[in-house]
Write a protein that binds this ligand. Sequence first.
Ligand SMILES: Nc1ncnc2c1ncn2[C@@H]1O[C@H](COP(=O)(O)OP(=O)(O)OP(=O)(O)O)[C@@H](O)[C@H]1O
Ligand SMILES: [Mg+2]
Length: 252
Amino acid sequence: MEILSCQGVTKVFGKGDNQVTALNGIDLTVEKGEFTAIVGASGSGKSTLLHILGSVDRPTEGSVLVEGVDIGGMNASEAAVFRRRKVGLVYQFYNLIPTLTVEKNILMPLLLDKRKPDPDYLGTVVKTLGLEDKREALPGQLSGGQQQRVAIARSLIYRPALLLADEPTGNLDRKNSREIVDMLKFSNRNFNQTVLMITHDEKIALEADRVITIEDGRIVGDRSGDSVGRTISDHCGGPAGQRDGGLQGKRR
Ligand SMILES: Nc1ncnc2c1ncn2[C@@H]1O[C@H](COP(=O)(O)OP(=O)(O)OP(=O)(O)O)[C@@H](O)[C@H]1O
Ligand SMILES: [Mg+2]
């Protein structure tokens, strides 16, 4: 099932001499349950694309359909509800509310909608993310990796159509990065969660089912399956495909 479809998405920032074309005709479809990595040089348009997919920003031209609904046609309040219910956004910094407990932070999207959480699902998410003994802690009492896990739990609580992660491991050391990617993969495999993740880390990108490369606001590479390693190798100019050849077997 096609969960995301973009056609001719273009984004121009600024006017006149200050004009920047951040995205230049992006066509992209994503199937439900895909785990996609988005790679590309700094300034290539990755975050801009993610913001548009999450309805945080609007395209200058083009259309974005999520579960068949054109998100460009939404008014401001419809877009706010869409962001809360249909997309989970995870950033490099965790954006948790410091005065609320871990559990309240996780439940925040539901609380804003005055909805009752499903205790079984909450329990599964908390357990999956290894936060069982931290439910009553405040964010300031957690490590960076734990705070990022809370942010991921919060993004999963609505079972969103899309989980959009912008360099979720950018602020973490190797061990914590590994854990975060494992969590994202777990939610992908076990909840059939569709994930789009921006990363600069070639090893992390190698774990995705599909790798999209963006250059100057255009998609210049789109590989899946066994050719993922080659994308990373091309993109990073190193022998990642050879070095991590074993990962390819594990991925499928
Ligand atoms: N709000 C804005 N106003 C003006 N220009 C912007 C704005 N946001 C992004 N840009 C420009 O659009 C281009 C793409 O930016 P974007 O943040 O999408 O890049 P990126 O691929 O995420 O880079 P990085 O890897 O450094 O995070 C850049 O040239 C950037 O300067
Ligand atoms: Mg960015």
